[in-house]
Design a protein around this ligand. Structure first.
Ligand SMILES: *Cc1c(COP(=O)(O)O)cnc(C)c1O
Length: 347
């Protein structure tokens, strides 16, 4: 079969990293107890508890939409509301699943520079209405790293967490790219999650090098009450759970997660260095994780498409989104930059 070249369209174009794949192969040997009562799942949960240095409750679901939707459904009643950034994945890319699984909880949009929720905005949205006719704010949800490739600092997270607490709001983190944020901040996982007040984290493994299976991590254990039933009802309880959980042990062993995330972040920085010297382009956001957003003339976008490059242009504020993966190579970056430079000379 003809293989597609490596692309910058998304970090989910990549395959599994070798460490995760090896763990999967090991888990495939022999029989195991189904529905999560197996030794691989127990080990992955324990490794996540070690990773966050706390006794959290952990569940594995098939994808990030399910993780976010079911976690949020746990934090809200149907008459509540969730405050998030206008660019948030739960608002723009989950087809209404958070509202669906919470039986109608409303999402309230807020602003903030570079895809990050501003505390002032959160306070304003949360305080806008206190009457019985408005859905009562119950959750602040943020994305770390953000949809536009920026990263909340530990201080920013603590401020948002403190604010949420003061306003009586629960704090949810969509960590589809938490590994990239951790690599960027060189922070301890505990410091940018539960120590900053995060109640529930949806921790992404897929974009970091596994095939499927995101972890829902409840730092506030009481909120996990009957979450297992919620997963089952939503069709998110894998019978052969070990195939979702075992690859996590590959990511969490020997710092594989950090190696993968650091590599992807470094590639984005390299791509950014190359792009910003080229006339007619404008980089749209600070490059802090594994993506670069760039405004390009339409003729250049068309030219890149003609040369076989794929990328999205509808995320955040538009522009071309370029994502790097754990397996992006220097050659990939050179090839892409070469095509951009050639096009820049001819249009
Ligand atoms: C990829 C991603 C998810 C998960 O998406 P699924 O396709 O449902 O797995 C969640 N949040 C963000 C910010 C993402 O980029």
């Amino acid at each position: 079969m003809q293989k597609m070249r490596r692309q910058f369209a998304s970090d989910n174009y990549s395959g599994m990293c070798p460490e995760a794949f090896d763990a999967l192969v090991q888990a495939n040997i022999g029989h195991s107890i189904p529905y999560g009562d197996d030794e691989y799942t127990a080990r992955a949960c324990d490794m996540l508890r070690d990773f966050f240095e706390t006794d959290c409750e952990v569940f594995f679901v098939f994808n990030g939409t399910a993780a976010n939707s079911l976690a949020l459904a746990c934090l809200c009643q149907s008459y509540h509301s969730i405050i998030c950034h206008r660019y948030a994945h739960i608002e723009t890319d989950e087809c209404g699943a958070p509202e669906f699984f919470s039986n109608g909880t409303k999402i309230l949009l807020a602003e903030g520079e570079h895809g990050k929720l501003s505390p002032r905005e959160v306070e304003e949205v949360a305080g806008k209405r206190t009457d019985i006719h408005y859905p009562k704010p119950r959750v602040v949800s943020i994305t770390q790293a953000t949809e536009v490739g920026t990263v909340y600092s530990a201080d920013e997270l603590r401020e948002l967490g403190g604010l949420a607490k003061r306003l009586g709001l629960r704090f949810h983190m969509d960590g589809a790219r938490l590994a990239n944020a951790l690599a960027a901040l060189t922070a301890a996982p505990r410091d940018i999650t539960w120590k900053a007040g995060v109640d529930v984290l949806c921790f992404g493994g897929v974009k970091n090098g596994i095939a499927a299976g995101e972890a829902v991590v409840f730092f506030n254990r009481q909120l996990a009450f009957e979450f297992d039933y919620r997963c089952k009802q939503a069709g998110q309880l894998a019978s052969k759970m070990r195939f979702l959980s075992a690859p996590w042990t590959g990511l969490l062993s020997a710092g594989t997660w950090l190696k993968n995330a650091t590599h992807a972040n470094n590639c984005a920085r390299q791509l950014h260095e190359g792009l910003r010297g080229i006339q007619g382009l404008r980089v749209m956001f600070p490059v802090q994780a594994n993506s670069v957003f760039v405004e390009m003339p339409k003729a250049m976008i068309d030219g890149l498409h003609d040369r076989g490059w794929r990328f999205y242009t509808f995320i955040g504020e538009g522009g071309v989104r370029l994502m790097c993966s754990w397996d992006t190579t220097d050659q990939d970056i050179d090839d892409f930059l070469g095509d951009v430079r050639t096009l820049a000379r001819t249009i």
